[in-house]
Design a protein around this ligand. Sequence first.
Ligand code: DI6
Ligand code: FE
Length: 398
Amino acid sequence: MLLTNLTAATMRDGYGLREDAAILIDGTRIAWVGPRRDAPSWPDVVDCGGKLATPGLIDCHTHIVYGGNRADEFEKRLTGVPYAEIAKAGGGIASTVRATRSQSEDELTASALKRLDTLLGEGITTIEIKSGYGLDLDTELKMLKVARRLGRMRPIDVVTSYLGAHALPPEFRENRTAYVDLVCDEVLPAVASAKLADAVDAFCEGIAFSVDETRRVFEIARAHGLPVKLHAEQLTNLGGAKMAAGFGALSVDHIEYLDQEGVKAVAAAGTVAVLLPGAFYYLREKQLPPVDSLREAGVPIAVATDLNPGSSPVHSILTTMNMACVLFGLTPQEALRGVTVNAARALGLADRGAIAPGLKADIALWEVERPGDLAYPLGFNPLAAVIQNGEVVRGRLA
Ligand code: DI6
Ligand code: FE
């Protein structure tokens, strides 16, 4: 089909704005984009009524598969108990682990679908989903199977990450090394041979895993041909991002405490910096990520919801874009690049994230005048329609 009478934010360069444009979709791919008057003639023409077209949005960091509820911890934190202290006392991630282990695949699927449907309502066409609330072989496999299944149940591409090194499970409290052994010798190889993960992630932090422990996991990931990414420098500066860059990591995520040396390493490796303002907001953090240094070093910046039951129960990519602007000082253009072209790069996906010939026909149409309108209001959703894989899966184009 030929979409005409639209403004296209192609994201090729800045917004890559094309006014009075047309987009030709042939099968599952974009075949052509340019000025309406130069459009090739095509039998199936749709007048889009002046809407804004962007690439389908990409949420490149989420934990939407989980059991249980941690609203009680929110209440505790607001009486002054810190996140790290709740975690040490057996709450936090460990509490979600207990609930996730006790639920069936069907139960986990049902609750995750509600979260996914909320995100889909804001034009997301690709989502990354992590494991990491199982921490044993069966539950990690269960979470990843649920994630894959979600991708078959809705018009969305799901990319999965195995996050075995997320927290130390209670049964290994006295023996950290034995848990890292389990991840390296048993679970990661099983996940890899079942082809359930597209990447390997870890949480490198004082309350989680050290740089040396994380490196062990990454070496096994590399041996299985899986790319790595890292939750790094969220609460302290351990140097995890630099180590991850040494493995050519796809992304380093959070990075509020990343120092200049870390920025240099990440820039040299071509690793994407994924900013997660939802966790910063909920944990009422003060340390800002080094946005100016990342810009100066030319590090691509992505933005994601980090949707999870504890530190970021954020079910909105548009709100997250706004938070990235208000809290971290990104421009609306950087925020939109952060959920399109740079988010695609953070997932290692070269076939999407922009509107250009040859790329996947994943497009969101918005009832807005200009792309800056997407990151500006809070709680207002101007989504008009979504095309995924060349098919209209939501709303109306005209
Ligand atoms: N960092 C995060 O943002 C999530 N995991 C992580 O390592 C939060 C996990 C949680 O609190 O449940
Ligand atoms: Fe996370």
